[in-house]
Design a protein around this ligand. Structure first.
Ligand SMILES: [Zn+2]
Length: 282
C-alpha cells in the first residue's frame, strides 16, 4: 500500500504526527485511512476516533490568537555551554533543528488577542530536539512571564516536551528553578496563569511550569508525567494501571483541572479568563 504513509518515527520533525506527503494518511489511534485535507481542517485531530496528533508551535498560536498577534523573543540561541557531544555534537543537532523548524530553539513567544483578552502566550515546539528545555527555552519562558507580570496580561503556556535538555547538563536543570521563581512573582502579583499540557509533557517541564498553572488543562490522551512508565514499573516492581500517565487518568486523580479537546480549547480559555475577571482589551 504505497498511497498512504504512516510516520512511526519518534524523533525529528513530524514525530508522531501525520505526514503531509500524499493525499491519504493513517490514524495511529484507530488505524483508519484518513484524507489529509480533512485532518488538517480538524487541526490534526482524527475525525473518526478523536486522537489528537501533534501540531507545531506556530500552528498552535494560530488556533488560539486572533490574526495580528506578534511573535517575540525569537532571537535567543544556545551557546552550547558544555561543548557537548554524544553521537554527534550538540552544535550540529541545534543547526539541524534550526534548519528543520525555522526556529532558534524549542519555543515561540507571542502576544495578542485571545477573544477579547490580551494575553502572553508561550508555546513549545516538540519537533525541536524533543521540545527539551535548555537555557534558551527557560529564558524565553521567563521573558514571557516577566511581560505578563509587567503588563498584567494573563500568561498561557502550551507544553510539549520530553523534559530538560541533557546536552546542557545542569544549566537545563537550573531552568526549573528559574521559571518557577518567576511564576511565583506572577502569582504574588495576582496575574492569571493557565498551563496547557499537550502530548507529551514529561520530565523537568512537568516538574516546573507545566504543573504550576492557576488552571492546568490537558488535551485528550496526552502523555503527562515525570519519569516514564518503564522506569516506574522497574522501581516499584508493580504493573501500572490502564491509562496511567494519560490526561484522563490524571484528571480523575486530581492532577489536572480539565481535559479539553483542541477545537474547544480557545472557547474554554476565553471563558476561564472571563471568570478570572481580567480587564478586557479595547
Ligand atoms: Zn483515529
Amino acid at each position: 500500500m504505497s498511497w498512504f504513509r504512516r510516520d512511526d518515527s519518534n524523533i525529528g520533525p513530524g514525530a508522531n504526527r501525520v505526514r503531509t506527503e500524499g493525499l491519504w494518511t493513517r490514524c495511529d489511534g484507530c488505524g483508519q485511512t484518513l484524507w489529509k485535507a480533512e485532518l488538517e481542517a480538524s487541526l490534526q485531530v482524527c475525525p473518526k476516533c478523536g486522537r489528537h496528533g501533534r501540531i507545531g508551535a506556530k500552528a498552535r498560536i494560530e488556533t488560539l490568537l486572533e490574526p495580528g498577534f506578534e511573535l517575540l523573543d525569537g532571537d535567543l540561541r544556545s551557546t552550547d555551554p558544555l561543548q557537548f557531544s554524544d553521537l554527534k555534537p550538540y552544535k550540529s543537532r541545534l543547526k539541524k533543528a534550526q534548519a528543520d523548524t525555522g526556529l532558534n530553539d524549542a519555543i515561540v513567544n507571542a502576544q495578542g488577542l485571545l477573544g477579547p483578552h490580551t494575553v502572553v502566550l508561550s508555546v513549545m515546539e516538540y519537533s525541536f530536539i524533543g521540545g527539551s528545555m535548555g537555557a534558551v527555552v527557560g529564558e524565553t519562558i521567563a521573558r514571557a512571564i516577566d511581560r505578563a507580570h509587567d503588563q498584567r496580561w494573563p500568561l498561557i503556556t502550551v507544553a510539549a516536551s520530553g523534559g530538560a535538555r541533557m546536552m546542557e547538563g545542569i544549566v537545563s536543570l537550573m531552568q526549573l528553578a528559574k521559571v518557577s521563581a518567576a511564576l511565583a512573582r506572577l502569582d504574588d502579583a495576582r496575574v492569571p496563569f493557565i498551563s496547557i499540557l499537550t502530548d507529551p509533557t514529561t520530565g523537568g517541564v512537568t516538574a516546573s511550569f507545566a504543573m504550576l498553572g492557576d488552571l492546568n488543562i490537558a488535551e485528550p490522551g496526552a502523555l503527562i508525567g515525570f519519569a516514564g512508565p518503564r522506569v516506574i514499573e522497574q522501581t516499584i516492581r508493580q504493573k501500572l494501571p490502564e491509562g496511567f500517565q494519560r490526561s484522563e487518568f490524571l484528571l480523575q486523580h486530581g492532577f489536572l483541572d480539565a481535559v479539553v479537546s483542541r477545537k474547544d480549547m480557545k472557547a474554554y480559555l476565553i471563558r476561564a479568563l472571563d471568570f478570572m475577571q481580567v480587564a478586557k482589551a479595547g
